[in-house]
Write a protein that binds this ligand. Structure first.
Ligand SMILES: [Zn+2]
Length: 99
């Protein structure tokens, strides 16, 4: 794992913040930036827990309508739609196939 500046996380470094267990925040020892597993991914800034992220990815991959998925997972429709678009854009730029 690396910070946004590309500095690697030393193997002995402890988390800066454990409130979102198991998604820990780390403070870079070189530049001071705080980062976590989702930094520079489509999930950056998301407050979804890991279970919901997996279910969202599954739902999008299966073509489940956003409104249905939002109701099923009890999440905000607009926020979910934005994540869906980020995920689809990432997939398109990575694979050149629609998701
Ligand atoms: Zn850094």
């Amino acid at each position: 794992m690396k910070c946004k500046q590309g500095h690697a996380l030393p193997p002995d470094q402890k988390p800066h913040d454990r409130r979102r267990d198991p998604i820990f925040d780390y403070r870079c020892r070189i530049c001071g930036n705080v980062f976590n597993l989702f930094t520079d991914t489509v999930w950056q800034g998301s407050q979804y827990d890991c279970r919901k992220i997996v279910l969202i990815v599954r739902g999008v991959a299966q073509g489940t309508p956003t409104l249905h998925l939002a109701d099923e997972l009890e999440v905000d429709y607009g926020a979910l739609l934005e994540r869906r678009h980020r995920l689809q854009n990432w997939h398109w730029h990575t694979n050149r196939t629609p998701l």
